[in-house]
Design a binder for this molecule. Sequence first.
Ligand SMILES: O=C(O)CCC(=O)C(=O)O
Ligand SMILES: [Fe+2]
Length: 306
Amino acid sequence: MAVYATLEELLTGRDLNAGPRHRLRRLPEGEQPCAYELFTVTPSTHLIGAEISDIDLRDPVTPEVFAELDRALLEFKVLFFRDQHITGAQHRDFAKLWGELEIHPFLPQGEVPEIVRFEKGADNVGVENVWHTDVTWRERPALGSVLRAVEVPAAGGDTCFADMAAAYDCLPKQVKERIDDSVAVHDFTLPFGIGMDPEKLKEMQEKYPAVEHPVVRTHPRTGRRTLFVNAIFTTHILGLPEDESEELLKLLFKQAAVPEYQVRFKWAAGSIAFWDNRAVQHYAVSDYFPRRRVMERAAILGDRPR
Ligand SMILES: O=C(O)CCC(=O)C(=O)O
Ligand SMILES: [Fe+2]
C-alpha cells in the first residue's frame, strides 16, 4: 500500500522546489553571524561549509582559537582546512580538544589507536558512497569527525556534506508531524557485519546491540531540529508496519541528496574536513578506482541524541 504516495509528490514536486528551499537558514532564527578574528573564514555556500585559512594546526590551539573554531563549527557545520601537514598524534590531539575520542571496533587503525585509516586502491574500492552519519549504531554517536587526506588521486574522491537541519526544515508539514516523535533503530550489522565470521558477528552484536534514536533530534548546542536517520545504519522506525517504515525512511533518506542542502569538498594531501556529525550527513564519492586514496579520521564521542 503506497501510504506516502502524496507525500512523495510533495517531496519531489514543483511546489516544494519553489517554496521552503529558498528560505534556508544557516543559524537559528534571530541569531546574527559574528565576526571571526583569529583566522579567516570563507563560506563555501550560503548554508553549509566554510574554509578556514590563516591557521596552522601544528601550533597549539589557544582557548580563544578553540572558542572561535567551535563557534564556526556550529555556524557552518563543516570546516575545511588546507595544507595542514600534521602527524597522526597532532591530528588526534586536535580532535581531542572537543572531547573523548572513539576507538572504532571495526575499522583499521592509523598511526595511533584513536585514528582510523581508510586506504583505497586497486584492491579496495571506496564504499562510503552512501549518505550517512557516523557511528549512529552506538548510544552516543560521534559529536563530530576530523578527516585528513594523506594521499589523494589527482581528480575525483571528493566528499559531499548535507545540512540535516535544512533537510528537516524543508520537509512538508505532514511529514514533520508524522516523524516528530518517532524513534528509529540503528544497527552496525549492515555495513560491518558483511562477510564477518558468524561467531564473531554474534559476539559483536552482543557487545554492540541495536540502539534507538529519535528520528528528529534537537542539536544540543544550537537547538535546531535535525533529521537523524541514515541509509547505512537505520534499520526501521518503531511502531510502523515494515513496508510503511521502509517507505517513510526512503523518503527521509532522499532529503540528504538535495543539492541545495549540500557542499562538496575537493581534497588535496593535507586537507582536513571537520564536520558536526549531529548536524550533517556525508557521502564519499567513489569515482577514482583503481587509484589510491588514503584518509585518516578521528571521531569525537557525542551525547545521547534527544
Ligand atoms: O573518505 C571520505 O571522504 C569519508 C569517509 C567517511 O565516511 C568517514 O570518514 O566517516
Ligand atoms: Fe562516515
